[in-house]
Write a protein that binds this ligand. Structure first.
Ligand code: 8YV
Length: 330
């Protein structure tokens, strides 16, 4: 039997690639390339699986270009790059990489939080430039301990952030579509309605997926409700925040600052007003980008693909109804 043909746009280490190559014919496509135009039609016609990064978009046109596609294995927990209803309609199984990156993203959230509170980036520049010797110590900064951390979203990553905050003796409040009774009973976080969350937080950290409902859901109204001393942290998806409104709020001093790992346009152009604001700390969408976490993610993404293609139930499915439907008919 011919091996299934698969497209890879994610970085796959050599040992895993060997495992994949033993069971599939691999076609490499550079990450970010438009999949529908990346290959000649006769190659696209035969593709059954894809392992891709969030920079590969799966819209109707891409699904049309891949008529034999059976599985998209996303090298990410978020899957806003994929039109899930369209995938489900076409019986394409979508898999992702939950759990393995929770710790790394929570760590970066805290990295940004501490950077903002203690002004670490400017402190570093102060020492390197010689200003310490010339002008003395930099301005005083802020305590973290005893402050209130607000979490918009309490999924797996939000929960790890809440647990971490306890070690910093922070008060944690959260707002989520569904209440997390366990987190509340274990004392990790107290529930607040949305308005109270923004009004009470000293640090407001976003942990919701990007959906039509959450797009631009944090904007001018939310910034107006926040304390002028509060900081915004976003390690989820850039478009959850109305970036123009954020820039206005930062310029006007309506909030104290922001730590952003994600932006509306990625890579962020250096001409963005965000790059010129001194009260902003920026990272290049690196929440999961550690050696250990990225390895665990690619292990899971490749395993999901191989399982799905060989008829074994994959560990992490976004639209399991496709799997259920397929197993009923076999
Ligand atoms: C990306 C992410 O996966 O998991 C997610 O949702 O956004 C990141 O971890 C990473 O940039 C690799 O595509």
């Amino acid at each position: 039997m011919p091996q299934p043909r698969v497209i890879i746009t994610a970085p796959v280490p050599a040992d895993l690639r060997e495992q994949l190559a033993a069971q599939c014919e691999i076609i490499d496509v550079p990450t970010g390339a438009g999949l529908a135009d990346a290959l000649p039609k006769e190659q696209l016609d035969s593709i059954e699986g894809v392992v891709c990064t969030v920079r590969s978009k799966f819209d109707t046109a891409v699904f049309d270009a891949l008529p034999r596609l059976r599985v998209v294995s996303n090298f990410a927990v978020g899957y806003d790059n994929i039109n899930i209803p369209e995938a489900t309609k076409r019986n394409v199984l979508v898999c992702n990489t939950p759990k393995v990156l929770d710790g790394a993203v929570a760590d970066l959230t805290f990295g940004l939080l501490i950077c903002l509170a203690r002004d670490l980036v400017r402190g570093d520049a102060h020492v390197r430039s010689g200003a310490w010797a010339e002008k003395g110590a930099p301005a005083l900064t802020q305590d973290i301990r005893g402050k209130t951390l607000g979490l918009l979203g309490m999924g797996r990553i939000g929960r790890v952030v809440a647990e971490t905050a306890k070690a910093f003796n922070m008060k944690v409040i959260y707002h989520n579509r569904n209440r997390d009774a366990e987190a509340e009973s274990l004392g990790f976080a107290e529930y607040r309605d949305r308005d109270a969350l923004f009004a009470e937080s000293d640090f407001l950290s976003i942990h919701v997926p990007l959906t039509p409902e959450t797009r631009h859901s944090v904007g001018a109204k939310e910034f107006a409700a926040m304390k002028p001393t509060a900081y915004l942290i976003n390690t989820s998806r850039g478009p959850v925040v109305d970036e123009a409104a954020l820039i206005d709020a930062l310029k006007a001093g309506r909030i104290a600052g922001a730590g952003l790992d994600v932006m509306e346009q990625e890579p962020l152009p250096a001409s963005s007003p965000l790059c010129a604001l001194p009260n902003v700390v920026l990272q290049a969408h690196v929440g999961s980008a550690t050696v250990e976490t990225r390895r665990a993610m690619i292990d899971l993404a490749v395993r999901n693909l191989l399982d799905a293609l060989s008829g074994t139930r994959p560990q992490a499915m976004v639209n399991p109804e496709v799997w259920a439907g397929a197993s009923e008919t076999t």
